[in-house]
Design a protein. Structure first.
Length: 241
């Protein structure tokens, strides 16, 4: 006869305890208020042409605003008629080595990533015939020292709140030139709608047809600005002033 297997009793490991989800949940109202304060400051920063007229040092978060009347973006001209309230794109520029936690943007060792990023975006807009750089403006917020750790948090909060088209639906505006031998990938949908960037025209992969994408843009923009446009609590709570 085959021997019956005998289950060995589980041995409780030192320091282990029964699972309790509530012991893993972190909440901090002070942090939420800090993000709110950063958004208030961001909303009050001056608006400039893109790229800004002067080179500057620093890293941080920025937003691009469209005020032209070309379809399918004409709604932005109306939304931003009285104030620059609805960005078409939000992005960040972080210190070198930031992703590997090697460096923060210290005051005595600043770089110009934020200005360089805005110049790169200006070149992308200028490269396409369907957009005019004069129809775009930008605002930005510079983070210095340890506060640069908030760059990603603020960017995500603004995107969640305002749902910029080029972040939330039409992907690819912020893309960089693919590395050598990587042009087999599909061009981004942004490049399908706005052909003209030389490196994007080398991409050989298939993507959706332009007509289908533009129809989707119109549907997406129908909801933008429909809700309360006052700054939203990043945690998903009520509006604040």
């Amino acid at each position: 006869m085959a021997k019956k297997s005998v289950r060995k009793p589980k041995i409780a490991l030192r320091g282990r305890e029964p699972f309790d989800r509530s012991k893993h949940v972190y909440t901090n109202d002070v942090f939420v208020e800090l993000v709110k304060d950063a958004i208030r400051f961001f909303n009050g920063t001056p608006v400039h042409a893109i790229p800004p007229p002067e080179r500057f040092l620093g890293t941080g978060v920025y937003a691009l605003y469209y005020t032209g009347k070309s379809k399918p973006y004409a709604k932005y001209a109306d939304l931003n008629r009285l104030a620059y309230d609805f960005p078409i794109y939000v992005g960040k520029a972080v210190p070198k080595g930031w992703r590997q936690s090697r460096q923060v943007d210290s005051i005595d060792k600043q770089s110009s990533e934020l200005h360089s990023r805005l110049r790169e975006h200006a070149r992308s807009i200028i490269a396409v015939s369907s957009l005019s750089i004069e129809d775009f403006s930008c605002r930005f917020m510079i983070f210095e020292g340890a506060s640069s750790d908030m760059i990603g948090t603020l960017e995500a909060s603004i995107i969640k709140w305002k749902r910029p088209l080029w972040n939330s639906y039409l992907d690819g505006f912020g893309n960089h030139t693919p590395g050598s031998g990587r042009f087999e990938q599909a061009p981004s949908e942004w490049d399908v709608v706005h052909p003209g960037r030389p490196w994007a025209e080398k991409c050989k992969g298939k993507t959706r047809r332009r007509h289908s994408i533009v129809t989707g843009i119109e549907t997406f923009l129908a909801d933008v600005g429909a809700a309360d446009s006052s700054p939203m609590d990043p945690s998903g709570g009520t509006a604040f002033s």
